[in-house]
Design a protein around this ligand. Structure first.
Ligand code: NAD
Ligand code: UDX
Length: 465
């Protein structure tokens, strides 16, 4: 097993940043350098004010404060970091393709391929190259073929080590991982590489949580884990629609089924729909791969998870419109939350984006408050849809920093992220400020129906009639 002195991670995003910070904090003898081509992002990681880090995660800034400048470095000197490292993690983005073959479904691997080519060009000594990004099955063979054809005699071992952290709990997920998955070749050198990477995680995780598999199982397991998790959310969201038509309460149903140890209680919270950069992208990828092997029934089965999620978001927006007497034109609707879940500033695929788009099409006036998301991010999310001009988006939607100002003379509030602070608000004060009847549409089941109705609100809660 090789001794590791230097690690490099290409990609300083939501995965690369927190993962490498935790490795640096747990392995003080290893120098960890995180590189990115995005200078602004690296500057943020190096900002002396730790509140300006590009990724907000509970506990992250404390770790960065302890390690940065000691054995954790953020830099744009990609080639230098590759050259010096014994292990190189590739943690760049792998978005859904927006062009060409597989458009709208397949993963766009251009950033990963660029990394592989760069490693091939720069490396002068043997390296372990680790796929940390989520990649379609058999990507390792593409990376291998690029690396093996450099002609400079350097030996590469390719490992798949997908990341299972969830945003908002990234630090805890990394420190207390249920498992770490390491896939690699079943050759002596492949085994040595797997053991070398395992030894890093063994600094803080028990050995039985470090699973070694072949490379294809590892790549596929990542897609499958996300598909199963998202499937649970879509399943309970499907039931939430049924609960609203009957007198069943989705929370009671979740509890009743979740206490069955075969089902388990987690990931059964009905919501306005799942978001985040992974679930949709990875399921679409699974659908694409299945279809490309002619497995149409398999593809259709998983695609339904996305179809149900789109339905849940649409249903929520349509309910707002029909409840507000079939018109929201000129009505002030306040959004509490824009992030795709609490405790993150990430908004990728957030349900709030689609809900806003649907209401803006009906000429609603939207006011957004989110404790961690900037106005620039919110407008960028809307502009990206290209449903209307950027000017129109800015005319119809405003972003505020004070939630109490936002609710003055509002027709309705939509709770779209489950930020804890929303529970602590003085809802009596909010009621007084709003126009009557005062509507609250709770897409996160954050508040009590009885309490809210007692305070005078017309309160709608996902999954409860
Ligand atoms: P991200 O967009 O936050 O970060 C990716 C970074 O890579 C960007 O800063 C980008 O500038 C940089 N980059 C792209 N090409 C580069 C290149 N050639 N050289 C140097 N830097 C380059 O993405 P993320 O959320 O960190 O996700 C990264 C990967 O991890 C994806 O494959 C994703 O599916 C997977 N993943 C994400 C999560 C999550 O919660 N976000 C969880 C598990 C797995
Ligand atoms: C997910 C996976 O959990 C993680 O293992 C993987 O590495 C990346 O993708 P993430 O997207 O960061 O993590 O957050 P997650 O907690 O899974 O939530 C995803 C979405 O599902 C959020 O919008 C969340 O609000 C929603 N959700 C989750 C529900 O609506 N109900 C639930 O019961 C759980």
């Amino acid at each position: 097993m090789k001794k590791v002195n230097k690690i490099c991670c290409i990609g300083a995003g939501y995965v690369g940043g927190p993962t490498m910070s935790v490795i640096a904090s747990q392995c003080p003898e290893i120098t960890v350098t995180v590189v990115d081509i995005n200078q602004a992002r690296i500057d943020q990681w190096n900002d002396s004010d730790l509140d300006n880090l590009p990724v907000y995660e509970p506990g992250l800034k404390e770790i960065v404060e302890r390690t940065r400048g000691k054995n954790l470095f953020f830099s744009t000197e990609v080639d230098k970091a590759i050259d010096e490292a014994e292990i190189i993690f590739i943690s760049v983005n792998t978005p859904t393709k927006t062009y060409g073959k597989g458009k709208g479904q397949a993963a766009d691997l251009k950033f990963v391929e660029l990394c592989a080519r760069n490693i091939a060009k720069v490396a002068k000594s043997d390296k372990i190259v680790v796929e940390k990004s989520t990649l379609p099955v058999r990507t390792a063979s593409a990376i291998k073929s690029i690396l093996e054809n450099t002609g400079n005699g350097v030996k590469f071992e390719i490992l798949s080590n997908p990341e299972f952290l969830a945003e908002g709990t990234a630090v805890e997920d990394l420190l207390k991982a249920d498992r770490v998955l390491i896939g690699g070749d079943e050759t002596p050198s492949g085994q040595e590489a797997k053991d070398t990477l395992s030894s890093i995680y063994a600094h803080w995780l028990p050995k039985e949580r470090i699973l070694q598999t072949n490379v294809w199982s590892s790549e596929l397991s990542k897609l499958v884990a996300n598909a199963f998790l998202a499937q649970r959310v879509s399943s309970i969201n499907a039931i939430s629609a049924l609960c609203e038509r009957t007198d069943a309460n989705v929370a009671e149903v979740s509890r009743a089924i979740g206490t069955d140890s075969r089902i388990g209680p987690k990931f059964l919270n009905a919501s306005v729909g799942f978001g985040g950069s992974c679930f949709q992208k990875d399921i679409l990828n699974l659908v694409y791969i299945s279809r490309s092997f002619g497995l149409n029934e398999v593809a259709d089965y998983w695609e339904q998870v996305i179809i149900m999620n789109d339905y849940q978001k649409r249903r929520f927006a349509e309910n707002i419109i029909s409840t507000l007497y079939n018109t929201v034109s000129g009505k002030k609707i306040v959004f509490f939350g824009w992030a795709f879940k609490k405790d993150t500033n990430d908004t990728r695929e957030s349900a709030a984006i689609n809900i806003a788009d649907a209401l803006l099409e009906e000429k609603a006036e939207i006011v957004v408050y989110d404790p961690k998301v900037s106005a620039d991010r919110i407008y960028a999310d809307l502009d990206y849809l290209e449903t209307r001009s950027p000017e129109e988006n800015r005319k119809l939607l405003t972003v505020v920093t004070d939630p109490m100002d936002a609710v003055q003379d509002a027709h309705a509030i939509a709770i779209l992220t489950e930020w804890d602070e929303f529970k602590a608000y003085s809802w009596e004060t909010i009621f007084k400020k709003m126009l009557k009847p005062a509507f609250v549409f709770d897409g996160r089941r954050l508040l009590s129906k009885e309490d809210m109705e007692a305070k005078g609100f017309q309160y709608y809660k996902i999954g409860q009639s």
